[in-house]
Design a binder for this molecule. Structure first.
Ligand code: HEM
Length: 513
């Protein structure tokens, strides 16, 4: 009898403890953080029963569906931003700069003061990337160095950085030109075979293939024309992220037997097998002194990272995921905007011919171009591929006048900061590349208000590589074609991880003689 009483008491205590923990996790903790933030003047949606577990997700999906159901006017740069990232803009319009949103159980606090953003970018041990990604598909793709923090990160970044320095990247130029050549030949053929000397093409696919060609060779030493499999597997995985539902954001959701999870597992398994096979072949070749190629994969294989196969695979997956869509769509946006702002197309082409004459673009010539870099910066300002950057706080910390509670996220909403009249002037929402005429430092007054590649020590490792590719390909294309936007084009930027034109980029191509 006595034993039974003890057992019942223990069971009751256990049930109460578990219930208390769940109540804390689901309700009391989020509410406590909310009170803490509101006391300091931050505003956002209340954490109510409706937001339990999923936070603002339901509202986000509704607002996105609404905004993404119709295109906006070409040249209406106010609406383009709002369409691309409607929830961020809606929150800002409703609550101002001191706002927060709910990412599940955690508040995400907007930080938009330049000095605070600088502090966040530089103090990366306190403001960690530490992606608390619960989305099961996304977890498979956000891998590699982006997942490391502190010393562990620094060790890896030191190993990788030399490969991405400009001096090394110069060697990439013939490769980029070779891939660009394939596109140019193909496009010339299409135009020549047309009746009226023009051809309308959605350029997205060819641009993506071009970037895949460069990336595959540069990262893996694989000729993309001969072996597309690794790339296709990663592309299919990132396509899956578009099908992610709010259930995919639940902790532990990866164990649910959903169609998306099953497909993601299958693709991941196949991808790992291929990368593993490649790793074994290369290791063997290196041992036998047969490998001389200089690519990122081989460089990692010769470092201590190679001792950990899973980590190696994670880095390579991460590199492709981080580099491919970002670079390809920046190139696509540049082409679209060269059509829309055709006066800039004329100026950029005139300069390309003045600098290169009849020769193909080269490194020395690229550094003399002034118009294209201005134009590219303006595209990155208004159409940044990543519209927000987030950091995670493990402990309560002070940030200027704020005290931020532990276990929250801060976000720096790139797309809002890049369009803020306080930093860019009254014409912040106009497409004006001339604001970058004297470089980024002058345009921003040295403030951390332009960060398409982030800032500080954890700035994108591949930003020189991306800019070089985009500049080189644009210069090469401008020498060969004129571009006009097709009447079928609908201006519809939206964010699916990166900012993309929802209905593609149909452009009328004409050969230049
Ligand atoms: C236009 C093209 C690109 C854009 C706009 C871009 C943007 C970014 C941004 C904003 C971050 C920081 C994310 C954060 O702080 O949360 C980042 C990180 C990173 N990017 Fe890029 N990226 C581009 C191209 C590339 C390329 C070409 C590569 C490599 C081949 C690359 C590899 C990486 C890696 C590995 C990181 C993580 C760095 C670290 O954590 O130390 N990216 N990128």
């Amino acid at each position: 009898m006595e034993t039974l009483k003890i057992a019942i008491s223990l069971l009751t205590i256990t049930i109460f403890t578990v219930a208390w923990k769940i109540l804390n996790w689901l309700w009391l903790n989020p509410r406590k953080k909310e009170r803490f933030l509101r006391k300091q003047g931050f505003k956002g949606n209340p954490y109510t029963f409706r937001r339990l577990l999923f936070g603002d997700e339901k509202e986000i999906q509704k607002i996105h569906a609404e905004a993404w159901s119709k295109p906006v006017n070409i040249r209406d740069e106010v609406q383009t931003g709002k369409r691309a990232a409607p929830f961020i803009f809606r929150t800002y319009e409703k609550y101002g700069k001191k706002a927060f949103v709910w990412a599940g159980l955690r508040p995400k606090v907007f930080i938009m003061e330049p000095d605070h953003m600088k502090t966040i970018f530089f103090n990366h041990s306190t403001f960690q990337k530490n992606f608390k990604v619960t989305n099961s598909v996304v977890q498979e793709l956000i891998t590699g160095i982006i997942r490391f923090e502190g010393e562990e990160w620094s060790k890896r970044r030191t190993i990788m950085s030399p490969k991405f320095q400009l001096e090394k990247l110069k060697q990439m130029i013939p490769l980029v030109l070779k891939c660009s050549d394939q596109v140019i030949i193909e496009w010339k053929k299409l135009v020549s075979n047309s009746k009226d000397g023009s051809y309308t093409l959605d350029v997205c696919h060819d641009i993506e293939e071009l970037i895949s060609g460069v990336t595959s060779q540069f990262l893996f030493g694989i000729d993309y024309a001969k072996d597309k499999e690794i790339f296709h597997l990663i592309t299919q995985l990132s396509e899956l992220t578009k099908q992610a539902t709010k259930v995919s954001n639940l902790p532990g959701s990866k164990f649910l037997p959903t169609e998306t999870n099953r497909k993601s597992k299958r693709l991941t398994k196949e991808l790992h097998q291929r990368l593993y096979k490649l790793m074994c072949e290369r290791k063997k070749a290196i041992k036998e002194g047969k490998v001389v190629e200089d690519n990122v994969f081989n460089m990692l294989l010769e470092s201590e990272i190679a001792n950990n196969q899973d980590e190696m695979i994670g880095h390579m997956k991460g590199f492709v995921f981080n580099s491919h869509d970002t670079t390809a769509f920046v190139l696509v946006w540049n082409l679209i905007l060269l059509c829309i702002y055709s006066e800039w197309q004329d100026r950029a082409r005139e300069e390309v011919f003045r600098v290169f004459g009849n020769r193909r673009p080269d490194y020395e010539g690229l550094s003399q171009l002034k118009v294209l870099p201005m134009f590219m910066n303006e595209v990155l300002r208004l159409y940044p591929p990543l519209v927000e950057l987030s950091r995670f706080l493990e402990e309560e910390i002070k940030l200027g006048e704020y005290t931020l509670p532990a276990d929250i996220q801060v976000i720096m909403p790139t797309i809002l900061v890049h369009r803020d009249p306080e930093f860019w002037g009254e014409d912040a929402n106009e497409f004006k590349p001339e604001r970058f005429a004297e470089g980024v430092l002058k345009a921003t007054n040295g403030q951390a208000v332009f960060f398409p590649f982030a800032w500080g020590p954890r700035i994108c490792i591949g930003y020189n590589m991306a800019l070089l590719q985009v500049k080189l390909v644009l210069a090469d294309l401008l020498r060969n074609f004129s571009f006009e936007i097709s009447p079928t084009y609908e201006h519809a930027p939206r964010v699916v991880f990166t900012q993309q034109p929802q209905y593609g980029a149909p452009i009328i191509l004409r050969n230049l003689n």
